[in-house]
Design a protein around this ligand. Structure first.
Ligand SMILES: Cc1cc2nc3c(=O)[nH]c(=O)nc-3n(C[C@H](O)[C@H](O)[C@H](O)COP(=O)(O)O)c2cc1C
Length: 431
């Protein structure tokens, strides 16, 4: 389950049943996490810039106030769900990342994950008074950073903490040792003074594509979150990640691929579309010209109530530059008017389901059975009621079809994802 700012998607903050101040509400975050945990979801995933790229006159900033503090609050009020936060390898020192994520892992009794990203936006870099380094440098630093972080996690020996009150020995000093690692970009002496959690140490995630991201995922990640709009593309992304893991000497089953899915769950298709119109209609005038580009047509924003004419449909050709274009054309051919075409979410970040729970369940089953994904990264439209709608509507269908568990298999994120034990560096990679 994706959790961004306090509300959900575009326009969520303006829905009459939403508290418009929940942007700063940690209580709201806790409620949303508890709803997801009631549905037995394996993990929450918090993206992060951190930057302010929003039209703040009209929309809340995209990101959470502070992902680590949010997950600390959530950790105290939940007991099973995994807690994955994004942290930049470019703009953080490995020692800080190692310390914060392992502390969260200990606090949550083994439920923490780190989505290691290199940050590609100049707006983020500017917050640190820097420019975004060239991609080779960003990824070289990322490899060094992840290895340093994992080495620091392992620097307090697994069994070093004896806390023996009778003898007075707190820990075995010879098992808490400096790492003394130094690379081209980052270095740390260590040790990190944090004992292992119930899962040993946090799990690594990676988000996004590209050859560099793939190599990073192949070596270190147990979970990859991707953006993909068709079963064929998802299948090839998943296969590429699995091959990258194999090249790194790992078992491909050690890395799970999660595709984004945005949900507007309603009683039926019409009310789903109406809900999305209510949420996103303020963007339509600006999106119609882009929809036109996707279809190779000139579309008039003043004619939202009309479907495409026979002539337009005959002349339309999906743009090869946008992977969403074929789906947009398919929806247009079904005869929906322009407003409803946009309400289908044809220009969103991930595939959109706007309709009854069974539609979401069918989509997930189809992609899963086609071996295109190991799971989904679900973004409900409005957190305040959209998480419950997903949990109460879609999860029982998936459970009845034997596609989703009815209970957590264990207590840690490592248990939930079936990730093999690891403490410190992965010896297969470190070599
Ligand atoms: C689904 C998805 C989620 C992402 N989440 C984040 C994020 O939370 N923070 C971030 O800085 N980058 C995020 N990214 C961006 C990628 O990490 C990556 O930087 C981007 O795809 C650009 O590739 P490059 O680093 O090779 O230039 C995400 C990408 C995708 C596809």
């Amino acid at each position: 389950m994706h959790l961004g700012n306090g509300y959900g998607t575009h326009g969520a903050w303006r829905m009459p049943w939403v508290d418009p101040t929940s942007y700063t509400s940690f209580d709201a975050k806790v409620r949303h996490a508890q709803a997801a945990e009631r549905g037995k979801l394996q993990f929450l995933f918090l993206p992060d810039g951190p930057s302010y790229v929003a039209d703040v006159d009209n929309e809340p900033p995209h990101y959470n106030l502070d992902v680590m503090l949010t997950l600390a609050a959530v950790a105290r009020e939940t007991s099973r769900i995994g807690l994955v936060a994004t942290g930049s390898t470019t703009f953080n020192e490995p020692f800080n990342l190692a310390r914060q994520f392992k502390a969260l892992d200990v606090m949550s009794h083994g439920r923490a994950g780190w989505n290691a990203v290199t940050s590609s936006g100049e707006d983020v870099a500017a917050n640190y008074g820097k420019r975004v380094p060239a991609r080779p440098e960003r990824y070289a630093r990322a490899h060094e950073s992840i290895q340093l972080v994992q080495a620091l996690w392992g620097s307090w020996g697994r069994d070093a903490w004896v806390h023996d009150q009778a003898s007075g020995q707190f820990a075995r000093g010879d098992e808490v040792v400096p790492i003394n690692l130094s690379g081209e970009f980052v270095a740390s002496r260590g040790p990190l003074y944090i004992p292992p959690s119930e899962q040993g140490q946090p799990i690594i995630f990676q988000a996004g594509g590209g050859g560099n991201g793939l190599e990073l995922a192949g070596r270190y990640a147990s979970g990859v979150v991707g953006a993909t709009f068709s079963i064929e593309d998802a299948r090839s992304q998943r296969a590429a990640i699995r091959e990258a893991a194999e090249r790194a000497g790992r078992d491909p089953d050690e890395v799970k691929f999660f595709a984004g899915l945005m949900t507007t769950i309603a009683d039926d298709k019409r009310s789903g579309l109406d809900r999305r119109i209510k949420l996103t209609e303020h963007t339509f005038a600006q999106r119609i010209p882009y929809l036109g580009q996707m279809l190779g047509l000139h579309l008039d924003p003043a004619r939202l109530d009309e479907p495409l004419t026979q002539e337009q449909l005959a002349a339309a050709s999906p743009s090869p530059r946008d992977p969403r274009s074929a789906l947009a054309l398919k929806v247009a051919r079904e005869g929906w008017n322009l407003r409803d075409i946009l309400a289908h979410g044809v220009i969103d970040y991930h595939p959109v389901i706007a309709g009854p729970p069974v539609e979401a369940a069918d989509h997930m089953q189809e992609w899963f059975e086609a071996e295109a994904v190991d799971g989904f990264w679900v973004s409900p439209d409005v957190y305040d009621d959209g998480i419950d709608a997903f949990v109460d509507g879609v999860i029982p269908i998936l459970q009845d079809r034997g596609l989703f568990h009815r209970e957590y298999e264990g207590t840690t994120l490592r248990d939930h994802l079936g990730v093999p034990a690891q403490y410190g560096l992965d010896p297969r990679i470190a070599g």
